[in-house]
Design a protein around this ligand. Structure first.
Ligand code: ZN
Length: 187
């Protein structure tokens, strides 16, 4: 009943312990849960095999950008992707309005835009997970991904707000120009 372990099976266990669910390891090795646990304990005694404890991810990759996300909603996209789309839409509207301005006014607004970009919050540093167990590493990497997503989303929200204001300013300018033109034509 206790089939002896081959070198390649031991190797497989060493490489996958804690990185994939134990259930999957058992399935791939065609061994019982007890057999895998026993072997893992034996390897740990020899100082070689990390724990089988597997961290179940709570975040899933965004189908659009592939980044781990905790903010995917009905649209199927993470918040950063949604904000990027929103921002692209506003930028397109700004480009349309800009085309109606004089070259001097256009220069002024382009300078305003570059100032806004520089006030973004920097991304958090990735944690050093080199000496962690697979469980701990997966947990820390997920925490890091969540923090990164928060900062990216908050920066994009800030950019969206700034772009909306910019769009309104340019729209006002365009409308003033249009009404001045109408008044001049009426004279
Ligand atoms: Zn995304």
């Amino acid at each position: 009943m206790n089939k002896p372990w081959t070198t390649s099976e031991v190797q497989f266990l060493r490489e996958n312990a804690g990185k994939v669910p134990k259930r999957d390891i058992c399935q791939m090795l065609k061994r019982s849960s007890a057999s895998v646990s026993r072997k893992a304990a034996e390897l740990r005694w020899q100082g070689g095999c990390p724990s089988l404890k597997y961290y179940v991810p709570t975040m899933e990759p965004c189908p659009s950008c592939g980044k781990l996300s905790a903010t995917i909603n009905r649209t199927g996209m993470c918040e950063p992707c949604r904000r990027r789309d929103q921002l692209a839409g506003i930028h397109a509207q700004i480009a349309d309005l800009m085309a109606q301005l004089t070259p001097e006014d256009r220069d002024t607004y382009e300078r305003m835009e570059s100032k806004v970009e520089s006030t973004l919050e920097p991304l958090p540093e990735p944690p050093d997970t080199s000496r962690m167990t697979p469980y701990r590493r997966a947990y820390r990497e997920e925490m890091h991904a969540a923090k990164v997503e928060q900062v990216v989303a908050s920066n994009l929200r800030r950019q969206v707000k700034a772009a909306q204001k910019r769009k309104e300013r340019i729209r006002e300018k365009v409308e003033t120009m249009a009404s001045t033109k109408v008044r001049k034509e009426k004279k």
